[in-house]
Write a protein that binds this ligand. Structure first.
Ligand SMILES: NC(=O)c1ccc[n+]([C@@H]2O[C@H](COP(=O)([O-])OP(=O)(O)OC[C@H]3O[C@@H](n4cnc5c(N)ncnc54)[C@H](OP(=O)(O)O)[C@@H]3O)[C@@H](O)[C@H]2O)c1
Length: 225
């Protein structure tokens, strides 16, 4: 079973389609029931039979717990794609929107990783955390977005030390610009025509997650080019 968060849109939705095409059993999650249903509707009936969807706001601990309580056995992989953007010069940023940014990116990652470590640290589970190239370098007019993504990177790197010797693995993913709904929901009006499609990024990520007996890709930067 593969769990994909943020599956109602963008990268998570594209990953859902790629893994469903391989006949994988999936638990997919997002906040919007309608958007999750629309993603499921793109799958064949046979693929749909293997997909369970669950609405969850991952910034709420009870929702996170309920999501993983759906599983009767540990998942093989969890891909945490949920997140959102918010941009602009800091003096023009709205405190409520900053709170939302922190909830969607940082609180959600803390709660998801807390739940996963508590349930599965002694199981062979690959936990993939999608951050951004904004977690790797500062960017003007992206200060609060960089701040939350850098914080998630700190979370992942610290938990790796706590999980030393455990079969659970944390895989850090840093994508560059993708042409998804992320930009319209973030309020940033930019031309995304040269950006990767979600489908392209999903394909590269899925390929990178293929591990061998003695190795796996632990950190992945997906640049647009
Ligand atoms: N697009 C880019 O250029 C880009 C670049 C680098 C990194 N990223 C990162 O990549 C990830 C995926 O982005 P995307 O482009 O696929 O964005 P997207 O199309 O806007 O999708 C975001 C997904 O996250 C979900 N989500 C947001 N907040 C949530 C919450 N509190 N609880 C549960 N689900 C929540 C959304 O659910 P609902 O829609 O159902 O509310 C949606 O499924 C994000 O972490 C983003 O920061 C994006």
């Amino acid at each position: 079973m593969i769990v994909i968060t943020g599956a109602s849109s963008g990268l998570g939705a594209a990953l859902t389609q790629h893994y469903a095409a391989d006949d994988c059993q999936l638990l997919i999650s997002g906040r919007s029931k309608q958007k999750l249903a629309a993603v499921t509707a793109t799958l064949t009936p046979a693929q749909q039979d293997k997909v369970v969807s669950q609405v969850a706001d991952l910034s709420v601990a009870d929702d996170v717990s309920r999501l993983f309580s759906q599983l009767s056995t540990p998942p093989t992989t969890v891909i945490h794609c949920a997140g959102s953007g918010y941009f602009g010069p800091i003096e023009q940023q709205n405190p409520q929107a900053i709170d939302q940014l922190i909830s969607n990116n940082l609180t959600s990652s803390i709660l998801v990783l807390r739940e996963l470590v508590s349930r599965y640290r002694d199981h062979k589970v690959n936990v993939v955390v999608v951050m951004s190239t904004a977690a790797l370098a500062g960017k003007a007019n992206e200060s609060t977005y960089c701040a939350v993504k850098w914080a998630v990177k700190g979370l992942v790197e610290s938990l790796r030390l706590e999980l030393k010797g455990c079969p659970m693995k944390l895989i850090a993913v840093y994508p560059g610009g993708m042409a998804t709904d992320f930009w319209s929901t973030s309020g940033k009006d930019i031309d995304t025509s040269s950006f990767m499609t979600a489908d392209e990024a999903a394909l590269m990520l899925k390929n990178a997650l293929v591990a061998t007996q003695h190795g796996y890709i632990s950190d992945l930067t997906i640049n647009r080019g």
